[in-house]
Design a protein around this ligand. Structure first.
Ligand code: SF4
Length: 382
């Protein structure tokens, strides 16, 4: 979406589409790649800075194309290096995206929709429902703008890797598989050698689990990682936490996950948000372990960071440890993600809702709870 209807969003245009524009103008065949190199490799967001292009060509590009459409409405930086951006699109919709640096990795966590239609009962992002789908360009742009925060492009350069951003996770606001075509196009651009050139195995898509779309994704010939936001091992409990689980049973999910593994050979990650006193008991650990026996999967545990007014609690560190031990005793491959951005509004959806015009329920009226439910692997300590 651009503010000027005569202009197209370059980040939402595959190389072939832009090459067709160049061909119409009888520009040299290498021109399209040249421009994409400026944008994706050098991080240039202004055609005038593309100094190896004729001035007249730069002017023609500026008339018809725009590179970045999002305005940085807010930025928060944590002591641990986590940075969170709120990008506002020309129509006023906004997207949260986060940079999570962790030793050698720099991960961009990006959103797939403005708002979220799923309405998980523990999550701030779904409170006001879906505002609109994000375009492919807006999804890519979040990764590009996050990468721009990463500093010197030659720093930490390793062969074959983007020196600034190593991983992209679609774990921000929204259900990616409910915006399938735009998300797929964005993943292709993030992965392409003419685009952000981030390896498919460094890209993760996280979904509450839409079986038909999981099967479709399995047929896409992509080697991306799939994460399922499980959060409960039984239908009864899952339906209390995730309204869309009313439409999809755990059995259907297992079947789709197994299909994904058969087609791609990629083990699936089950995301399990530990909610104090809700899904962190011995019975839940036993049920989860039994479920894991039915799929090729590993489990990512995340300790919940409370959102004001939603009524869920963060489990204690001891309870989380105990849960992990029970899973490990049953041979489940389990990791625990540490909370990042503990000193900023890092829990998904909180920054967007904190805007003065954040929707019918208005802004949250007290300092937002710290911590992130979407973070990098580590221990369970406070
Ligand atoms: S947890 Fe994810 S799917 Fe659920 S409401 Fe929040 S953003 Fe949507």
């Amino acid at each position: 979406m651009t503010s000027d209807p005569r202009k197209q969003h370059l980040l939402g245009t595959p190389l072939t589409g832009f090459a067709a524009f160049c061909a119409e103008r009888k520009w040299p065949v290498y021109r399209a790649r040249q421009v994409y190199q400026w944008v994706f490799e050098h991080g240039v967001a202004d055609f005038d800075a593309m100094t190896n292009l004729a001035k007249t060509d730069r002017a023609k590009l500026s008339e018809r194309w725009i590179i970045l459409t999002g305005r940085e409405a807010r930025r928060q930086e944590s002591k641990d290096g986590t940075s969170k951006l709120l990008l506002e699109w020309p129509d006023g919709a906004a997207s949260e995206c986060v940079l999570i640096p962790d030793e050698t990795r720099r991960t961009a966590c990006i959103s797939s929709q403005a708002g979220c239609p799923v309405g998980c009962t523990f999550c701030a992002s779904g409170i006001d429902g879906l505002q609109r789908q994000l375009t492919a360009g807006e999804i890519v742009e979040q990764a590009v703008q996050i990468r721009a925060l990463c500093g010197d492009p030659v720093e930490n350069r390793r062969p074959g890797e983007d020196p600034r951003l190593s991983n992209v996770v679609l774990m921000g606001i929204g259900e990616p598989l409910a915006n399938y075509d735009n998300v797929l196009q964005a993943i292709h651009t993030i992965n392409a050698d003419w685009g952000m050139n981030i390896g498919a195995r460094k890209i993760t898509l996280s979904t509450v689990g839409l079986p038909r779309q999981i099967r479709r994704l399995a047929e896409e010939d992509l080697q991306i990682n799939l994460a399922i936001s499980l959060h409960a091992p039984t239908d009864v409990l899952r339906r209390k936490l995730i309204p869309w689980a009313e439409r999809v049973s755990v059995d259907e999910l297992v079947s789709a996950v197994n299909f994904y593994f058969e087609k791609t050979g990629r083990e699936v990650t089950l995301e399990y948000l530990l909610l104090g006193g809700v899904n962190d008991g011995p019975r839940h650990a036993a049920d989860l372990a039994n479920l894991c026996r039915r799929m090729r999967c590993n489990v990512n545990l995340i300790r919940y960071n409370p959102v004001a007014g939603l009524g869920f609690e963060r489990p204690s560190s001891a309870a989380a440890h105990h849960f992990v031990e029970q899973l490990r005793a049953r041979s489940v491959n389990v990791h625990v993600r540490k909370s990042r951005g503990i000193d900023i509004d890092a829990a998904c959806g909180q920054l967007r809702r904190a805007r003065p015009d954040s929707g019918p329920t208005g802004p949250v009226d007290k300092p937002l709870q710290p911590g992130s439910n979407k973070a990098a692997p580590d221990g369970v300590t406070d």
